[in-house]
Design a protein around this ligand. Structure first.
Ligand code: GDP
Length: 296
């Protein structure tokens, strides 16, 4: 069974006599446990390493408050650095642009793009009273456009009428024009994914970006992504440019390491989290919740 990091660290420090400040040896012993916890939580290796260096620097020489044990002190420092790295505030979707504000969804196949597109559209409609138009640019999977239309009916959000045979760029242009002429506040582009990152996918995303001129580009990624998270986030960010991340399947058993990895390598905020298949299973990102999971 997984034993929480706090307990483990308390165990280490219980054997030490209490001193005024944390020594390098104490901290090194503690950081080995922190490293193990990060890796168990699926944080990417490089990210864990950088994180540990930062936490170590902060911990060595830190004054231990009289009221708490040294182990708790280290946990507090690790927690603080985690929160700082994850981003301390929920960062909502930015609609501060001339309407129709374009939002492009990108990610691998099965990450939850289509579901998340409809969830966000529902939220913008209901909570922010926006008129939203959704368009699926996925011409690879025959049922993809229909899937978005079905979800659109479910959440009472319009989808762009389907015209067979159009390219993703043609659909994007048609969606933008329809949204503009019909006075929509927001137009959302759900793009095609692939099972893995490859050049054709990135080229297609870049082409769509040029046509759709999105104000937000949201990378939808599965919270269960492990060591691949860094590569995934880096590739999309370098090639297409990401403005935020939506983490899906946070309702699953994953320990949330992907959040730390992706945030650390891109510096882009995690804007929302998906908590299930239902259309209202979408929530703001609260860094402390993910930090708790990572720390165990
Ligand atoms: P896409 O290929 O990226 O468009 O992925 P889909 O939106 O089709 O989602 C793939 C599957 O994941 C569907 O069965 C969704 O219902 C499911 N899914 C999406 N988001 C979540 C989530 O946050 N939690 C859970 N448990 N399932 C999700």
């Amino acid at each position: 069974m997984f034993e929480g990091l706090s307990e483990k660290l308390s165990g280490i420090f219980d054997q030490l006599t209490r001193r005024g400040a944390l020594s390098e040896d104490d901290v090194n012993a503690a950081m080995r446990e922190v490293r193990r916890a990060l890796l168990e939580a699926d944080v990417a290796l490089d990210v864990a390493r950088t994180f540990i260096d930062k936490a170590k620097e902060r911990a060595i020489g830190a004054e231990v408050l009289k009221s708490i044990k040294p182990g708790q002190m280290v946990v507090k420092i690790v927690n603080d650095v985690l929160i700082e790295t994850l981003g301390s505030d929920a960062d909502p979707i930015d609609l501060n642009a001339a309407p129709p504000v374009a939002i492009m969804m990108v990610g691998l196949q099965g990450a939850g793009k289509t579901t998340t597109t409809a969830k966000i559209a529902k939220r913008l409609t209901e909570r922010f009273k926006k008129r939203v138009l959704m368009a699926s640019l996925d011409v690879k999977r025959p049922a993809a456009q229909e899937q978005l239309a079905v979800l659109g009916r479910q959440v009472n959000v319009d989808t762009l009428p389907i015209i067979a045979g159009q390219t993703p760029v043609q659909i994007a242009r048609r969606a933008e024009e329809a949204a503009r002429l019909q006075g929509y506040d927001v137009v959302m582009f759900d793009t095609a994914g692939r099972t893995h990152i490859d050049e054709p996918l990135m080229a297609e995303m870049a082409e769509i970006k040029a046509a759709a001129k999105p104000h937000e580009i949201l990378l939808v990624a599965d919270a269960l992504t492990g060591q691949d998270a860094v590569n995934l986030a880096k590739s999309f960010d370098e090639r297409v440019g990401v403005t935020g991340i939506v983490l899906t399947r946070v309702d699953g058993d994953g320990r949330g390491g992907a959040a730390l990895s992706m945030r650390a390598v891109t510096g882009k905020p995690i804007k929302l989290i998906g908590l299930g298949e239902k259309m209202d299973a979408l929530d703001d990102f609260h860094p402390q919740r993910i930090a708790n999971r990572i720390l165990g």
